[in-house]
Design a protein around this ligand. Structure first.
Ligand code: ASP
Length: 135
C-alpha cells in the first residue's frame, strides 16, 4: 500500500533515488504512472543531486518533476527550495530531494507524506507534518 521513495548519497559522491508505488486508486488497466519514467517519479545526477516524487502521477510526468529539481539546484537553489519550487502550484504532489553535499529538502501538498532522514549525528529524524527544518 502507498508509495515509498528514497534518495541517498554515498561516501564516493554517488547519488541514487528509488521510488515504489502501487499506483493511484481507480487507475485504468495498463496505466504506466510516473514512477518508471526517468525524470518524473525519480531522478539523480551526481553533479547536482537527486529526487523522488509521489502523488498524482500524471502531473508529475507532465512536469518531469524530479528532473526539475536538478534544474533548480543548477540555478543555485537549496534542496529544500528546489522541492518547494517544483511542487508550487501543482495539487496533490510531493517530493523529497537531496543535493550533492547531502543537504535535504522536502515539500508536499498531498494530505499526508511522512518523511524520515538521518541527521549529521547519525540519528533518524521523522516528520509527519509539513513543517520541515530544512533551509
Ligand atoms: N505517483 C504514483 C502514481 O501516480 C502514486 C503515488 O505515488 O502516490 O502512480
Amino acid at each position: 500500500m502507498g508509495t515509498v521513495g528514497a534518495v541517498a548519497l554515498d561516501v564516493h559522491g554517488n547519488i541514487a533515488s528509488a521510488t515504489s508505488t502501487g499506483g493511484t486508486p481507480h487507475k485504468l488497466k495498463g496505466r504506466v504512472g510516473d514512477v518508471p519514467i526517468f525524470g518524473a517519479g525519480g531522478y539523480s545526477d551526481n553533479r547536482y543531486g537527486g529526487a523522488s516524487a509521489t502523488g498524482h502521477g500524471e502531473k508529475i510526468m507532465r512536469t518531469l518533476m524530479s528532473r526539475g529539481v536538478i534544474d533548480e539546484l543548477r540555478m543555485g537553489k537549496t534542496a529544500h527550495q528546489a522541492a518547494l519550487a517544483v511542487t508550487h502550484g501543482i495539487d496533490n504532489v510531493g517530493i523529497i530531494t537531496l543535493d550533492k553535499e547531502g543537504r535535504i529538502g522536502a515539500a508536499h501538498n498531498t494530505p499526508f507524506m511522512p518523511t524520515a532522514w538521518v541527521n549529521d549525528d547519525g540519528q533518524i529524524q521523522v516528520n509527519m507534518g509539513n513543517d520541515y527544518p530544512f533551509g
